[in-house]
Design a protein around this ligand. Structure first.
Ligand code: UD1
Length: 427
């Protein structure tokens, strides 16, 4: 089984470049299905399992894909299916965002219901309700969601989202690009990845206004055409390096990190005692005194508040803070599975409802731990970097979903970290 071995306690220094944002590339690849003419060129694509899955899904629907380094060319002119293979969609919840584009282009979509995942039940009711508001009908049968547009195609509508769901906003936004008339999404998700998606859609000929605010207006157009687009940097990957460098650094430059996407995290790191300098093409970070943060109270919420995808990493950091911290998770129901793993490394954390109470200790000690989800994996790597002795991280398929070359990037910063792809030999 593959594992990462980390010898903790080594200082990080130098510079690291952040890859393109996973959570932007996924809906952008789905949106590429909308182009009946021309070819899309998507640049700054990270090499990740999730991206590969989405690329395979788009390809399985009939698109032609060509990879060149971190660029993908997508020719979606010959897409001829509205039923992505269930085994591909089943691997990744985010695949459900192909529903909107397929419904808009073909008037029909049959997509496997994503179900729950490690961090909670994660329904798609808001996606379906939003698409129904555009006139579609839906039936959930045998594990599939079957959606159909009315005879004259989708019709623009005013949609209020009960929760500013990132995925539901994407699905509705993409479907509405080809609907008749205007669609208004109220209480829309404001995440930068949704702004990036809107920019790509507009480059394809769509008319999307207001992305990044909580009201998005989409005026439907007749057709869309392939476009060239460079994906924004991954703010969660950037944030992961910022947290690690705030603990174990001699000054680390996180190149390609955009500070205006990371305001809430930067504010917390500064409160914790790290020194952050915003530069033209990245962020420089110097560690907190003695490599230990001042205690913090952190609450996750929708963008621009503190991101739930940075919750596990900050808990790892606060486990060695100079006092007691609290971290409250408000977005997902069950996102504290990494706490049990951090406890194996000596962390003193207890959970009270949706809040983790973290009594900072002086140091963690290396242990054999398992990633339970993507960001939990990142938290365990950070914990390993600051712990005494050796940490062995398992469950790497989670990390591979969302971090492009994490081990090589930390090695370049001077960390003693190595990945082993063990092969079992029968004797
Ligand atoms: C996206 C991100 C994920 C991040 C999350 C929140 C991608 C690929 N993933 O996930 O990394 O952690 O945003 O920032 O971009 N909900 C419903 N009904 C729905 C949809 C969502 O109740 O139909 C709830 C969810 O259970 C959750 C909350 O809304 O509690 C937010 O979920 P959502 O914003 O939809 O997250 P995702 O798009 O799945």
């Amino acid at each position: 089984m593959a594992r990462i071995l980390i010898q903790g306690g080594h200082s990080l220094k130098g510079s690291v470049r952040v890859s393109g944002a996973k959570n932007a590339v996924l809906p952008i690849l789905a949106a590429s299905l909308l182009a009946e003419e021309g070819v899309s060129q998507i640049e700054e694509v990270p090499h990740l399992l999730d991206v590969k899955n989405m690329a395979n899904t788009v390809e399985a629907l009939g698109a032609r894909l060509e990879w060149r380094g971190s660029t993908i060319r997508v020719d979606a002119r010959h897409v001829n299916s509205f039923t992505p293979p269930a085994d591909l969609v089943g691997r990744m919840r985010a695949s459900f965002v192909v529903t909107g584009p397929l419904l808009a282009r073909f008037g029909e979509a049959i997509v496997a219901h994503p179900g729950g995942c490690n961090i909670g039940p994660r329904p798609v009711d808001l996606h379906i309700k939003g698409l129904e508001a555009l006139g579609a009908t839906s039936v959930v049968e045998n594990g599939f969601v079957h959606m159909k547009a009315p005879a004259g195609g989708l019709q623009g509508a005013r949609i209020y989202l009960d929760i500013p769901s990132v995925g539901a906003t994407q699905n509705i936004m993409m479907a509405a690009t080809l609907a008749r008339g205007q669609t208004v999404i109220e209480n829309a998700a404001k995440e930068p990845e949704n702004v990036d998606l809107a920019n790509y859609l507009n480059a394809m000929g769509a008319r999307v206004r207001g992305a990044g605010t909580d009201i998005i207006r989409i005026d439907g157009v007749d057709s869309l055409c392939g476009a060239t687009h460079a994906v924004i940097p991954d703010r969660i990957e950037a944030g992961t390096f910022l947290v690690a460098a705030a603990l174990k650094g001699e000054g680390v430059y996180v190149e390609n990190a955009l500070s205006h996407h990371l305001m809430s995290l930067i504010a917390k790191l500064e409160e914790a005692g790290a020194r952050i300098e915003d530069r033209v093409d990245g962020i420089h970070v110097w560690p907190c005194e003695g490599g230990r943060m001042k205690p913090l109270d952190v609450k996750t919420h929708y963008y621009p508040s503190y991101p739930t995808d940075m919750q596990a990493q900050i808990i790892a950091a606060l486990s060695v803070a100079q006092g007691t911290s609290t971290v409250t998770e408000t977005v997902f129901e069950n996102r504290f599975l990494h706490v049990a793993e951090l406890q194996r490394m000596g962390a003193n954390i207890h959970i009270e409802g949706r809040t983790a109470v973290i009594e900072g200790i002086e140091r963690l000690s290396g242990a054999r731990v398992t990633a339970t989800d993507l960001r939990a994996g990142a938290a365990l790597v950070i914990a390993g970097l600051i712990a005494d002795g050796e940490t062995e991280v398992h469950g790497l398929h989670h990390l591979d979903r969302g971090y492009d070359n994490l081990v090589a990037k930390f090695q370049a910063l001077g960390a003693r970290i190595e990945r082993y792809e063990d092969v079992e030999v029968n004797v």
